[in-house]
Design a protein around this ligand. Structure first.
Ligand code: SF4
Length: 458
């Protein structure tokens, strides 16, 4: 079956009213060939469309559709991209996929670097596997914003870091995008002694020269697991080096703010946790553009949590039962502080926070989203967990109850003898979970994607 074959038609949609049938292949819209989901999204925007459809027996027919401008046609395709997801052309020295233990589920080893996923799902891409035609298509279709893993604007260094001799050309593509006002959100995975220090200064300067097309930049620390045999000898950030990097980025951001009204660049929360520094206040993050990269996430969580505490009704404080929270090593002190805050307001709250050392990937991995079910079970056995164990939903595969090591929450519940609640990244939900107020199926559904995992897979 063709990649662009229609899998289903939303019964209340314009496509259904026009009579599109599952199994047909959408070949053209208003005469434009439809190759993938980007063509589909772009060319189906208009209110009057002529669809060319090919039936499985090869017969071709045209249908006219009238709909609202920008209204979704209502088609679902055999594959989400209507094409195969494209894998990357690099061998980045910091690639997280290369540092994973063997035997994990195959989808976790897929290295995607697909412009269409960047547009649709916010994935980051390196611009190293785009053909000139595709670059032109992004410009023509005005695909914007695009998320780009920049790492460095030094073309030679970029080629070295991405282990791709053509990686330097990605910066030329960015300059073309900037000239055509394509908005770019950028990410820098910072590797000590490789692309930080003076190299980081010039990268920030070059990116700032593309402002406002370059709309935001995040700097995140490299994740280094214990599976690096034969790979580039990467260092991790220490308290001091993390702190120095924050100082460097904040100074650049302050200058940019004074000149252009926005900081443009932010360090991820993890840098602040590593450095043992206070997280910046809410207004520091402006529009929280890089929330998905873990920039400002904890500040937002803390603000929501404080507001939730203010709004708490006296009856909600009654009858709370003891609980425990398991999280990554880096965020544990932060969560302990929130529990303390809740206890101050409501003396009956009894909660313990357990930092889980990452034995699965290695102890240098300290983020919550990479904690596995196996580590949870091992390290919490025999501990006082109260009557409920709360975990960040980021530990689980989106919409499911499976950890990265394929252990399920049912396994954890069975082994530890307590019910497990996955809490989304939301301060209100967190307080409700502490108080034992049940999460609704809708809010459970909001549980965020396994952000940390994807953050390391730009
Ligand atoms: S970090 Fe991303 S772009 Fe680099 S090799 Fe890994 S998957 Fe590919």
């Amino acid at each position: 079956m063709s990649m662009t074959a229609v899998k289903s038609v939303d019964p209340r949609s314009p496509a259904s009213r026009a009579g599109v049938l599952p199994g047909e292949t959408l070949t053209h819209i208003n005469g434009h060939p439809i190759v993938d989901v980007l063509d589909y999204k772009f060319y189906s925007y208009d209110p009057r469309l002529e669809l060319t459809l090919k039936a499985p027996d090869g017969t071709v027919r045209s249908l006219r559709v009238r709909k609202g401008e920008g209204e979704d046609l209502g088609l679902e395709f055999e594959t989400y991209l209507m094409d195969r997801a494209r894998s990357c052309a690099n061998r980045c020295i910091f690639c997280f996929v290369d540092q994973m233990p063997p035997g994990m589920r195959p989808s976790l080893y897929f290295k995607d670097d697909d412009a269409r996923l960047s547009f649709l799902l916010g994935n980051y891409l390196t611009l190293t596997n785009l053909s000139p035609r595709e670059v032109q298509r992004i410009i023509d279709l005005r695909i914007s914003p695009i998320n780009i893993s920049v790492h460095t604007t030094d073309r030679a260094l970029r080629a070295e870091m991405l282990k791709n001799p053509r990686a330097g050309e990605g910066i030329d593509i960015m300059e073309r995008f900037a000239a055509h006002s394509i908005t770019m959100n950028c990410q820098i995975v910072s590797c000590p002694g490789v692309n930080d220090g003076p190299a980081l200064d010039s990268t920030l300067k070059d990116l700032a020269a593309m402002f406002p097309a370059v709309n935001s930049v995040s700097v995140v620390p490299v994740g280094v697991t214990k599976y690096r045999e034969g790979l580039y000898p990467l260092q991790t950030y220490t308290r001091d080096t993390a702190s120095a990097l924050i100082g460097q980025v904040e100074a650049f951001a302050a200058r940019h703010l004074a000149e252009h009204g926005t900081r443009l660049v932010w360090c991820s929360d993890e840098f602040y946790l590593l450095a043992g520094r206070e997280l910046p206040p809410e207004d520091y993050f402006e529009d929280f553009t890089q929330l998905d990269n873990g920039v400002g996430m904890l500040t937002l969580l803390s603000r929501e949590f404080s507001r939730a505490l203010e709004l708490m009704e006296p009856q909600e404080m009654e009858g709370t039962v003891p609980f425990s929270i398991a999280t990554g090593v880096s965020a544990a002190p932060f969560l302990a502080k929130l529990v303390g805050q809740a206890r101050e307001k409501c003396g009956t709250i009894e909660g313990q926070v357990y930092p889980i050392v990452n034995r699965f990937f290695g102890e240098t991995i300290t983020v919550a989203g990479l904690v596995t079910g196996g580590d949870l079970i091992q390290q919490l056995q025999g501990k006082n967990l109260g009557q409920r164990l709360l975990i960040p939903a980021s530990m689980l595969r989106a919409g499911e109850n499976v950890f990265l090591d394929d252990v399920t929450t049912d396994d954890v519940e069975r082994e530890l003898g307590v019910p497990v609640t996955a809490v989304p990244q939301d301060g209100y939900e967190l307080l409700d979970a502490m108080l034992g107020i049940r999460l609704t199926p809708e809010t459970q559904h909001l549980a965020w994607e396994n952000e940390e995992f994807y953050r390391y897979n730009p």
